[in-house]
Design a protein around this ligand. Structure first.
Ligand code: ZN
Length: 200
């Protein structure tokens, strides 16, 4: 039995397809949106479209940005000899929030997972290696992938690739809870993980 109109159902379905939104939340959000004044709804819709049309990957570190080169890569105050490798832009944001990391980043957009069929070619790993071979100034690569099985697999894989180049490879300390997404970890823990990084 169809409780709601087709339009409402469609909206609920779209919302329920978003990560972390169950069907109850989707219904709540749908009714909330329908009750908003039309200009507010239009602002939200425009924000979605504009973000989709204008956001792209930084040509250097592959984080999401609306310029060719992101503000971090462009910043001459940053230490461009140190690259921190993270799984996604949210992890980058978590480290940026600490305000203590002065190096630059490389965003992989995923992690190697044989179980899910995600291999080294499915993440931005080739781009990292190209960056390392083109920029002789890089002295250290800090691998800050998650401490999940996929994150550890990725870290081992990357370190094996980089080792022969003579560039120092380190891994953030494992104070980070296993399987924990970096973005949910508090700043103190993140800083401790960074300071306690170990040679690979
Ligand atoms: Zn960048």
């Amino acid at each position: 039995m169809d409780l709601y109109s087709g339009y409402i159902n469609k909206l609920i379905d779209e919302l329920a397809g978003l990560p972390g939104i169950g069907s109850k939340s989707a219904q709540r959000l749908a009714f909330h949106l329908i009750n908003l004044p039309e200009p507010r709804v239009r602002r939200l819709a425009d924000a979605l479209i504009q973000a989709k049309q204008n956001v792209r990957y930084c040509k250097e570190c592959f984080t999401l940005t609306d310029r060719d080169i992101c503000p971090i890569c462009q910043n001459p105050q940053r230490d461009h000899t140190t690259i921190m490798v993270v799984e996604n832009t949210r992890d980058l944001a978590a480290y940026e929030k600490t305000g203590k990391y002065k190096g630059v980043y490389h965003v992989l957009h995923g992690a190697i997972s044989p179980m899910l069929g995600i291999g080294p070619h499915d993440i931005r790993l080739k781009e990292l290696m190209e960056r390392l071979s083109q920029n002789r100034e890089i002295q250290e690569v800090i691998i800050a992938t998650n401490s999940s099985l996929e994150g550890e697999t990725t870290a081992m894989y990357i370190s094996k690739l980089i080792k022969p180049t003579g560039i120092r490879v380190t891994r953030i300390a494992s104070g980070v809870p296993v399987g924990g997404d970096l973005e949910y970890i508090d700043e103190v823990t993140l800083l401790r993980a960074l300071e306690g990084r170990v040679e690979l």
